[in-house]
Design a protein around this ligand. Structure first.
Ligand code: ADQ
Length: 463
């Protein structure tokens, strides 16, 4: 059987905090003698070419260092100040500096140069996310003929947003050099197909049109998931119980509304708190009866738009406290810290409402984890943004438009008032969907499709 080589910006770290993706792929990589390739996390002054192999809890990891300047242009610059906001349809938050693209390209070239000598002819390469769109091109330019697949963890943009990205034609051509491109949701495949079939006229694309041939590239939706049964076990573990006990003492019987996110403008945090404010304003019976906990550790905080989101959240949380708090009651707690998975699982289980309202999100695994952690006899309610990829599979959530804070406030009211029978019925539907879309099946189905035609039974569907 061919080896599998996984490539992502960072390789998984040590310890139980490693994400579901790492857990799901560990077994496959061990069985197929593959390894995970990526940046070591170390910044150096001069470009380095040596690759270091390490065994991390049974996972074989190969890492390279990057120079400070290249990393800045590639990561904080092109990836997270141009691609991330544009793919999330926040062109207003994009910052464009022309030279970042060179750094982005250089890092992809460096990845290709370091990876190529490690490859065997029949290795299957699985590249992850927007940091590494050009990697297949760079590998193929060096002569690699392997099967190479790409998975985009974030949404694919509409054509208009795509045209605003410098060098988008080249990036799309880069995508056409993969054998398989996987997206989170059907809406992403539709946006990609729209581009591939109609391609931009020169006036819009900003460059003379040379049609890109996507003939070799298969594109499909492979919605990622979690391991909901593992979350169910984790939620009743002693470590989770410790957190539950602490929270129960603090809550004094109030119902908990929970948000868990990286502090990112795509997650809709200020809008979410505003919806909660409207709930308390419109329906005074909830005051002293509910408590909102938002867990949002800072991320990418060297980028100014992230600092602005943090400031906006501080401001609105302060406003809600000032408006509704009393000497012996606080409407919300806002924690800017990350918690381990057992503590999160305990909080999910305790929460009557899981409030997951990103403005746009590839999938959103918090929604999956919340569902997995519920008590089957007395589950909570998932209030979910229509603009998360998760909305395509969680039909039994209360779906909301996160920009419409009146609608979200009404969804909160419905969730808090929902009778137990309805909560159970909805949760059963949600749990069945979470099990149907678990992370292990996700990686299996992607890799099965990426295998050479001779090794699989199904016909290909080209666009
Ligand atoms: P993210 O934008 O990081 O991921 P998400 O899927 O919600 O978003 O979360 C990923 C993981 O981070 C989850 O396992 C969650 O438990 C953890 N996490 C989030 N907030 C946390 C907190 N406050 N403390 C501790 N852990 C926290 C990107 C895309 C998503 C897509 C994933 C996977 O943006 O749309 O679902 O990749 O493909």
């Amino acid at each position: 059987m061919s080896r599998i080589i996984v490539v992502s910006n960072r390789t998984p770290g040590k310890g139980p905090a490693a994400g579901g993706l790492a857990v799901a792929l560990r077994k496959t990589l061990a069985e197929r003698e593959g390894f995970w390739f990526g940046w070591s996390g170390k910044l150096v002054d001069t470009p380095a070419t040596d690759v270091r192999f390490e065994d991390i809890d049974g996972l074989s990891v190969a890492q390279i260092d990057l120079t400070r300047d290249d990393h800045h242009a590639y990561y904080a610059g092109f990836s997270n100040s141009i691609l991330w906001p544009s793919f999330h349809l926040r062109l207003d938050l994009a910052t464009i500096e022309a030279h970042w693209y060179e750094g982005y390209r250089r890092v992809n070239q460096q990845f290709a140069h370091a990876l190529l000598p490690l490859l065997k002819a029949d290795d299957i390469i699985w590249v992850h996310d927007y940091h590494l769109i050009p990697l297949a091109s760079e590998l193929r330019n060096l002569g690699a003929r392997n099967r190479i697949g790409f998975y985009l963890h974030i949404p694919f943009p509409t054509s208009d947003a795509l045209y605003a990205i410098p060098h988008h034609q080249e990036l799309m051509r880069d995508l056409s050099r993969y054998d398989l491109v996987g997206m989170q949701a059907l809406r992403d495949v539709a946006a990609f197909t729209e581009f591939a079939e109609h391609q931009a006229p020169a006036t819009l694309s900003g460059s003379p049109l040379q049609a890109i041939d996507f003939g070799r590239t298969e594109v499909d939706a492979f919605p990622i998931g979690s391991d909901p049964d593992a979350f169910a076990r984790l939620a009743t573990s002693p470590a989770a119980n410790k957190m539950v006990k602490r929270m129960e003492l603090a809550l004094h019987g109030q119902q908990l509304i929970l948000g868990v996110d990286r502090l990112d403008y795509s997650k809709g945090l200020p809008q979410r708190v505003e919806a909660y404010e409207k709930l308390l304003a419109n329906d005074p019976r909830f005051r002293r009866q509910v408590h909102m906990l938002q867990v949002a550790p800072p991320s990418r905080d060297t980028i100014k738009e992230y600092q602005a989101t943090s400031d906006a959240l501080d401001a609105i949380c302060g406003r809600v406290m000032g408006r509704f708090a009393e000497p012996d009651w606080q409407p919300l707690t806002y924690v800017k810290r990350a918690y381990g998975q057992p503590s999160l699982a305990g909080l999910y289980r305790l929460a009557r409402v899981g409030l997951v309202t990103p403005l746009r999100d590839g999938m959103n695994l918090v929604a999956h984890e919340y569902v997995g952690a519920q008590d089957p006899e007395d589950p909570g309610v998932l209030v979910l943004s229509r603009f998360a990829g998760a909305a395509e599979i969680f039909e039994d959530a209360i779906l909301v438009n996160p920009f419409d804070t009146d609608e979200t406030a009404e969804a909160l009211r419905m969730a808090l008032d929902m009778p137990r029978d309805e909560r159970i019925a909805r949760w059963q539907g949600l749990m069945a969907a979470a099990r149907n879309h678990n992370v292990e099946d996700w990686s299996k189905s992607f890799l099965e499709r990426l295998a050479p035609a001779s090794a699989r039974g199904t016909a290909t569907r080209d666009i």
